[in-house]
Design a binder for this molecule. Structure first.
Ligand code: FPP
Length: 276
């Protein structure tokens, strides 16, 4: 059955969208945005020009995801390692770019009913950046559509360390470590992503086949889609192509799939929805 196309879609996006199964869209998509430096180098431009061009890719991807009704989108913007291992000038540029993006984008986020949140060790970021981040998330907090999460100063291993600390602290407040309950649900509930369903699909641009310390717990059963497209060239249409590829996969969750036994999500995933 042909379905209606969301307003504002470009022709190429429409073509791919019409091939999608609207009932089988991923509930949560995570993206490792990679290849900004290579994009710039190919044009004999400084690396930062690639980051600047990457903002248009963020804008297009976010808008298309919201238009087609994806409940949650998480973008890996800066890892903890990025801060430590890149030249200060590049890091400073990325900070300024992020602040400019946050300021400029509030209006579009609100127009598209998108709520903005962050994961990562925010307290280690410069105070001025933290202020800008808080302002943008506050300004979008009443929206009820897609949840956009930016991973900033994020490391999956640090997130797991923080989750264990938080579990131990909660136990200490509630009768001591003897009462600490440790199971998958408890750990999920103490991650930065608590309340979010695990990603069904993770996309990585620029052809690299790595997870790079991104959502290591949450991606346990995610389908992985790697595209050679460099991040600054990525647009909504490439997102839709990734979803199309995802819909061809046979998700098994460790079962047999494809043999009459319907694949079952893990227990805590079965009922997970994006919490408000
Ligand atoms: C990876 O490319 C990209 C980053 C480390 C930064 C991501 C930033 C943006 C996409 C723009 C700003 C984002 C927001 C949310 C406003 P790379 O530099 O590692 O590329 P390379 O592997 O080709 O060198």
């Amino acid at each position: 059955m042909r379905h209606t196309v969301p307003a504002g879609m470009e022709r190429k996006e429409t073509e791919v969208y019409l091939r999608l199964d609207r009932a089988g869209l991923p509930r949560h998509i995570a993206i490792i945005m990679d290849g900004n430096g290579r994009w710039a180098r190919r044009r004999h431009m400084p690396r930062v020009a690639g980051h600047r061009a990457g903002v248009a890719a963020v804008r297009s991807t976010v808008q298309t995801a919201a238009r087609i009704g994806i409940p949650a989108l998480t973008l890996y913007a800066f890892s903890e390692e990025n801060w430590k291992k890149r030249p200060k000038t590049e890091v400073n540029f990325l900070m300024r770019l992020l602040c400019r993006y946050l300021k400029a984008e509030i209006k579009t986020l609100n127009e598209n009913n998108i709520r903005l949140k962050y994961i990562g060790r925010q307290h280690e970021l410069p105070e001025s950046v933290q202020r800008e981040m808080a302002e943008a998330s506050d300004a979008t907090s009443k929206n009820t559509g897609m949840l956009l999460t930016l991973a900033l100063n994020y490391s999956a291993r640090s997130e797991i360390v923080d989750a264990f600390r938080s579990l131990a602290e909660a136990a200490a407040r509630n009768g001591g470590l003897d009462h600490m309950q440790v199971d998958e649900q408890a750990i999920s509930d103490h991650l930065y992503t608590r309340g979010l369903p695990d990603p069904d699909l993770v996309i990585r641009t620029s052809g690299e086949m790595r997870l790079s310390n991104f959502l290591l717990w949450q991606l346990a059963y995610a389908e992985i889609y790697v595209t050679p497209t460099l991040w600054p060239d990525f647009r909504g249409v490439q997102l839709l192509e990734g979803i199309e590829e995802y819909q061809k996969r046979d998700r098994r969750y460790g079962g047999l799939g494809g043999d009459g036994h319907a694949p079952q999500p893990t227990p805590h995933q079965a009922h997970a929805e994006v919490k408000r």
